[in-house]
Design a binder for this molecule. Structure first.
Ligand SMILES: [Ca+2]
Ligand SMILES: [Ca+2]
Ligand SMILES: [Ca+2]
Length: 263
């Protein structure tokens, strides 16, 4: 009797140990990618604003992204080259957009002053800056959400958790367009927008774009497909580089760039 009780206790200890070390039950990875370091140059020669807050740069250089789900939540974890907190109010320099294409139709424009369009029209767009986030629907209206985002400046990681009741149950066919720039809250706090990239860098403006009309994207870095995309079962041929994609704006034709999805 005594021996049996000890075995039962030992089994219980093993169960508790496993429960503490295994990934959460039901967690499923929907998308995972790495991205090169140092490619936060937009059309090829984007530079950061000249204010010392931006240090050596890297706040718009994404290095990895994992998107997953569990029973109740849609989750994103991203790492960056260098997240900083110059004013001790949390990271307020990076601005991240994830446009999600879940079905036919949707919004073909990336919002919040990205100056970019989407190859995969999105049913909703998620924006993050520091511990502030927002979700817009296909009409550009705010979706009420209890989403939570968080930044770890030491580990250079941003995380986001969105309850599925706010955006629906993710499927493996969802497409993600992931664009990163710098954040401009116009001094008012809150989410803000993508910070403008102009021809010449200024204290609070990026440089390397064109002067007129803000036609160049205010996007420094993208996650591109890890393999060339297939169309009708065939590879599309040579994929465009990030510089070609972010440099395909045309001032004379009034043409904005079109961002591809990462998957
Ligand atoms: Ca990168
Ligand atoms: Ca769509
Ligand atoms: Ca990239």
């Amino acid at each position: 009797m005594f021996h049996g009780k000890r075995l039962w206790l030992r089994a219980l200890v093993v169960v508790i140990f496993l429960a503490g070390t295994l990934p959460a039950a039901g967690e499923q990875i929907l998308f995972q990618a790495k991205d090169p370091s140092g490619d936060d140059t937009g059309d090829g020669d984007y530079v950061y604003p000249t204010h010392e807050a931006f240090g050596q740069g890297g706040q718009a250089d994404i290095l990895s992204c994992t998107i997953s789900r569990d029973e109740g939540n849609f989750m994103v974890q991203m790492s960056f080259r260098d997240l900083v907190d110059p004013w001790h109010v949390g990271n307020r320099l990076s601005f991240v957009a994830i446009a999600v294409d879940t079905s036919e139709g949707g919004d073909d424009q990336l919002r919040h002053n990205a100056s970019a369009y989407l190859e995969n029209s999105s049913e909703f767009q998620i924006f993050m800056a520091g511990d502030t986030c927002e979700i817009l629907d296909a009409q550009g209206n705010r979706v009420p959400t209890e989403a939570v985002c968080d930044v770890d400046n030491e580990k250079n990681i941003m995380t986001l958790t969105v309850p599925q009741r706010d955006i629906g149950m993710p499927t493996e066919s969802w497409k993600y367009t992931i664009a990163v720039g710098l954040q401009d809250d116009y001094g008012a706090g809150g989410l803000g927008d993508f910070r403008m990239v102009e021809a010449q860098a200024q204290e609070w403006r990026g440089g390397g774009g064109v002067a007129e009309l803000d036609i160049n994207p205010n996007v420094y870095d993208l996650i591109l497909p890890q393999e060339p995309k297939k169309v009708m079962g065939l590879f599309k041929g040579k994929s465009k580089t990030q510089e070609e994609i972010l440099g395909s704006y045309n001032l004379d034709k009034g043409k904005y760039v079109v961002l591809p999805s990462a998957n």
